[in-house]
Design a protein around this ligand. Structure first.
Ligand code: ADP
Length: 302
């Protein structure tokens, strides 16, 4: 059974189509990325998938249940890590887990039995009795992840789980997410960090204007949509260089003071750049961010 099937999903707000005939299927045991610029419709898609809002057209099948009609049944095996932490600041870590577990109809004893595992999983062992306000941002995020696991979900929705975290905290969250994937759970992750998506996701759907514009593994998307090398060039004399850059680069893009040279033959570009001492450059392999910017553009969306 596919954990989530979205067919022809459509949702408008004030006459604007926010989700526009969207089709999406999640395969079990995989981490799926939902990427897109601000306003692309990612959060609305998650809300529709969870049955928190109803669609204008199309269907949602969540863990075999039609949504939103059978939302309560489906959500028993679903975990959610929302964009903004909604932990209760008046409660301790343990009390937060107990309260959340009760939403799923779990008994106190049952939740208590899971707490040591959840705290170990999230690197919060020994923090059961800590008040929420004593936790760092990274700890709160990890507790939100632990809380999403209280009902032992098969499918976990994660809406920008590492936004605002330092690199150490992000790595800890990634470790936890990899462990969940290793346990055969299905993850649906939205993120603005392309490196995060590249590291974690088996399949990525890029959304723009409420539609999936491409889908594939990070490696496939890079291979299919972008030249393999990028040379980023900046510094004095960029405009003169720019006029002859097309001789060396398959495709060039300018963003601010930087020229992005996309090429199959970076050695030629680098060799030519040695003749322009005023220019500085960075040569790197193409990545998912290059694909994302190529497909969705460099203009700000909000
Ligand atoms: P994303 O998560 O990709 O940034 P969202 O799904 O949050 O995109 O939003 C897509 C568009 O829908 C945005 O233009 C947003 O302002 C609009 N939108 C989302 N929810 C509502 C709502 N409840 N009422 C009106 N407009 C909304």
């Amino acid at each position: 059974m596919l954990p989530l099937i979205l067919r022809g999903l459509t949702k408008s707000y004030g006459g604007a189509r926010v989700v526009d005939g969207l089709d999406l299927e999640l395969e079990p045991g995989r981490c799926h990325g939902l990427l897109g610029p601000n306003g692309a419709g990612k959060t609305t898609t998650l809300r529709l998938a969870l049955g928190l809002i109803g669609a204008d057209a199309g269907s949602v099948d969540l863990l075999g249940y039609p949504m939103p009609a059978q939302a309560a049944l489906a959500r028993r095996k679903v975990g959610v890590v929302p964009q903004i932490d909604s932990l209760d600041p008046d409660f301790t870590v343990r009390e937060n887990l107990l309260t959340y577990g009760r939403y799923f109809g779990m008994k106190g004893r049952e939740i208590e039995a899971r707490i040591p595992y959840l705290l170990e999983f999230s690197g919060l062992a020994g923090k059961a009795d800590a008040p929420i306000n004593n936790l760092s941002g990274g700890m709160k995020r990890r507790l939100t992840l632990a809380r999403a696991l209280v009902n032992d979900p098969d499918l976990i929705f994660l809406d920008e789980p590492t936004t605002g975290l330092d690199p150490q905290a992000r790595h800890l969250i990634w470790q936890g997410l990899r462990r969940l994937i290793g346990q055969g759970r299905t993850l649906l992750l939205t993120t603005h960090f392309m490196d995060e998506a590249e590291r974690l996701c088996d399949v990525i759907s890029v959304l723009d204007q409420g539609r999936v514009i491409v889908r594939g593994s990070p490696r496939e998307l890079i291979r299919q949509h972008i030249e393999p090398h990028v040379v980023e060039i900046f510094g004095d004399g960029l405009s003169e260089w720019q006029t002859c850059a097309s001789t060396f680069c398959r495709r060039c893009e300018t963003a601010g003071e930087t020229l992005f040279c996309y090429t199959d033959a970076p050695e030629k570009v680098v060799e030519e750049l040695e003749n322009h001492p005023g220019l500085r450059y960075l040569h790197r392999p193409a990545n998912l961010e290059d694909v994302f910017l190529k497909l969705t553009g460099r203009d700000l969306r909000d």
